[in-house]
Ligand binder design. Structure first.
Ligand code: SF4
Length: 296
């Protein structure tokens, strides 16, 4: 049986950059703190913790002084930078370039439309660190929604700006977009406020979504490796399931079950944008061992 690792899987560029910088900083010695888990993958977090990375939450961060703290790819609100300045904390800022651009875009749109009372909306997960970083960019209220139905409370007579968390589900964002346009158009021209919809879903996530469907259809069995807390992982696994009913979700090689591969002629191994390549390789190696022992 052939076992293939999806060549488009592994870290996205933003996460790859954060992990590389963390490793470089750890090699320089001394303590390196990271504000929140560097990525949504416990196995990669524990690998880096063994090298000396210490994960802290925002409470612990506000009590630290004169230390080095890494900001992960998801980014942080301005408040974090203020605390760092006051407490003489050196920030190793690895905010993803795409997230940084989105933060700036929100600030600019808010400043431009503010005099008219703009309503800012982000399609995303309320407690996701990227979303917390985005909503902190402006002083006013930001509504976080996850479905088109949640647009019901918005007044389209006033300006509305809608964005997406970079890893938000593309088809769900399309429904939100369609519904927002319909609600806005239901108001007579001249009475409705401007509607700005920015599709800020990361291109890397969208590309992976496209190639993943083909990869899943090309293999008898799919093993998807991810941490269960990764929203991107949940979303990409749903694509696997849609395109191949024999798709299985695991966090690592220990969860593989021999019966999944009985009679299969090929297996594909893939994962979330936060799943390290080394973990995909371990899973692929274990599948090969399982299949070899079945053939003995
Ligand atoms: S998914 Fe895209 S936006 Fe998010 S960290 Fe990765 S590259 Fe950056």
């Amino acid at each position: 049986m052939q076992v293939t690792i999806d060549h488009s899987a592994g870290f996205c560029k933003g996460v790859e950059h954060s992990v590389r910088i963390a490793e470089d900083e750890l090699e320089r010695g001394g303590t390196l703190f990271c504000l929140g888990e560097i990525i949504h993958n416990r196995q990669e977090v524990s690998r880096l913790s063994e090298k000396g990375l210490q994960i802290i939450d925002h409470d612990a961060f506000s009590r630290l002084k004169d230390v080095r703290v890494l900001i992960r790819a998801h980014g942080e609100p301005p408040e974090t930078y203020r605390i760092a300045r006051e407490n003489n904390i050196t920030l190793i800022d690895t905010t993803c370039r795409i997230v940084r651009t989105l933060q700036q875009r929100i600030r600019e749109d808010d400043a431009e439309a503010l005099p008219q009372g703009v309503q800012m909306v982000i399609a995303g997960k309320k407690d996701h660190p990227e979303v917390r970083g985005l909503r902190g960019q402006i002083p006013g209220t930001v509504r976080i929604i996850s479905t088109a139905e949640e647009l019901a409370g918005i007044d389209f007579r006033k300006p509305v700006c809608i964005y997406a968390q970079t890893t938000f589900n593309a088809s769900r964002f399309e429904s939100i977009k369609t519904q927002a346009v319909e609600l806005s158009n239901a108001i007579p021209e001249g009475e409705r406020g401007p509607l700005i919809i920015r599709n800020t879903i990361c291109g890397e996530v969208r590309r992976r979504e496209k190639t993943l469907a083909g990869f899943c259809r090309g293999h008898a069995v799919i093993v998807f490796v991810s941490d269960p807390t990764s929203s991107n992982g949940k979303f990409l696994f749903s694509i696997c399931k849609t395109n191949n009913a024999s798709s299985y979700f695991v966090t690592g090689p220990g969860e593989l079950e021999a019966e999944w591969f009985t009679g299969a002629d090929s297996a594909g191994v893939t994962g979330a944008t936060s799943t390290p390549l080394w973990l995909l390789q371990k899973v692929a190696e274990k599948i090969t061992r399982i299949v070899s022992s079945q053939q003995e």
